[in-house]
Design a protein around this ligand. Structure first.
Ligand code: ATP
Ligand code: HSE
Length: 363
């Protein structure tokens, strides 16, 4: 084993759905999960041209080495983040990719410092960012052994989609920008492979060398994305309530069947929304209407006190600069798109959370 090389992996948080685009639309925002990674290089690959990294941040907490990988962490909710590589979502995602390629642990020694400002379980794609960062880490570890093994982004998206099974957050996190996504209709064999229980793709904890088992590889081309244009005047304001809503719970409260009028309501708006958000100057009347939704927000209001009142009362007519407003991802964060008056809009949402939501504070 020769020298060590350092790398920086930076993945944005994201807001999914943007109203009517449930499981379709993702918007990357400017808050980043960062990994500072040091991997020992086999002598044969020392000459490979790879990104460099600046100094690591001082760790707040660290783990003993597991599966050849030591994790340190700074950022939000340190008490909720596993520091054992066999249990941490990020390193388990990396191990999934490595094990599909016959490597059962990280190159010895691998050090990963995670700096995470993305609040967990608030609808800002923390898990999507963690999965994308983990798959990028796995790809880095794989290519450190043999640069020719490095996988293209489209294939990395397949790996991400085996773990986080809706494409909106992971596509925005992996590619950046404002994206539309779909899942392909796969042939029956590949479809069955895609539906393999998550516990088999990502066992928790991930076993050590002794498991010897190869996990199910992703079918090729599970999902596809397209980046849309975004009008430069439009900025995002995220109001983050001080409580968590797990995405799993927020999906359980949705119906399995929808009425034709509700589906048509969403399709009509979604068809206009992506263009409306690229138009300069933006049209508040069109965007506010195009961000309305009938297939997830009304059901999620049971988990998020005050949601309905906020969406109905904070409008372009009442708040100058506002274009549209929606639940961010599975919530509870509220996402407002605006051209100005950002603080006034944020204060109005916070005030209504406190009043209508029985004293909910925002952080
Ligand atoms: N950096 C991280 N390291 C380890 N685990 C993480 C990390 N980020 C998120 N997680 C895991 O993901 C969970 C949150 O995922 P969840 O899908 O419920 O919400 P979210 O991704 O923040 O919101 P949304 O999917 O609505 O945008 C956390 O409770 C934690 O278990
Ligand atoms: N589209 C997903 C995003 C959250 O991860 C949902 O709303 O459940």
């Amino acid at each position: 084993m020769g020298e060590k090389k350092s790398y920086l992996i930076r993945v944005p948080c994201s807001s999914a759905n943007i109203g009517p685009g449930f499981d379709v639309i993702g918007l990357a925002l400017s808050m980043y999960l960062e990994l500072r990674v040091t991997i020992a290089q086999p002598l044969s690959s020392q000459s490979a041209a790879l990104p460099s990294v600046s100094k690591c941040l001082p760790p707040s907490s660290s783990s003993a080495s597991s599966l050849n990988c030591t994790i340190t962490y700074t950022g939000v909710s340190p008490e909720s983040i596993e520091l054992d590589a066999a249990s941490n979502l990020l390193t388990r995602s990396a191990l999934y990719l490595l094990r599909c390629h016959g490597q059962h642990s990280f190159p010895h020694p691998t050090k990963v410092h995670i700096h995470n400002p993305i609040p967990l379980g608030r609808g800002l794609g923390s898990s999507g960012a963690a999965v994308v960062a983990g798959i990028l880490l796995g790809n880095l570890a794989l290519s450190s052994h043999s640069p020719s093994l490095s996988l293209p982004k489209a294939r990395l998206l397949d790996y991400c989609l085996m773990i986080e099974r809706h494409p909106d957050n992971v596509a925005a996190a992996l590619y950046g920008g404002f994206v539309g996504t779909y899942l392909n209709e796969l042939d029956p064999v590949d479809m069955a492979r895609k539906e393999i229980p998550l516990s088999e793709v990502l066992p928790a904890p991930a076993g050590g060398l002794d498991t010897g088992l190869k996990p199910p590889e992703p079918p090729r081309g599970i999902g596809h994305f397209r980046r849309f244009k975004w009008a430069k005047e439009i900025k995002a304001v995220a109001v983050i309530p001080d409580f968590e809503v797990s995405t799993a719970k927020a999906r359980e409260c949705l119906p399995t069947l929808y009425s034709r009028p509700d589906m048509i309501f969403n399709l009509q708006r979604l068809a206009l929304l992506t263009t409306a958000l690229s138009d300069s100057p933006p049209d508040p009347t069109l965007i506010y209407e195009a961000m309305r939704d009938k297939i997830h927000q009304p059901y999620r209001s049971t988990l998020i006190p005050g949601l309905t009142q906020i969406l109905e009362s904070v409008t372009p007519a009442t708040h100058e600069g506002l274009l549209g407003i929606c639940l961010s991802g599975a919530g509870p964060t509220i996402l407002a798109l605006a051209t100005g008056n950002f603080e006034g809009i944020a204060e109005a949402v916070m005030e209504r959370f406190e009043r209508e939501g029985g004293g909910i504070q925002c952080c």
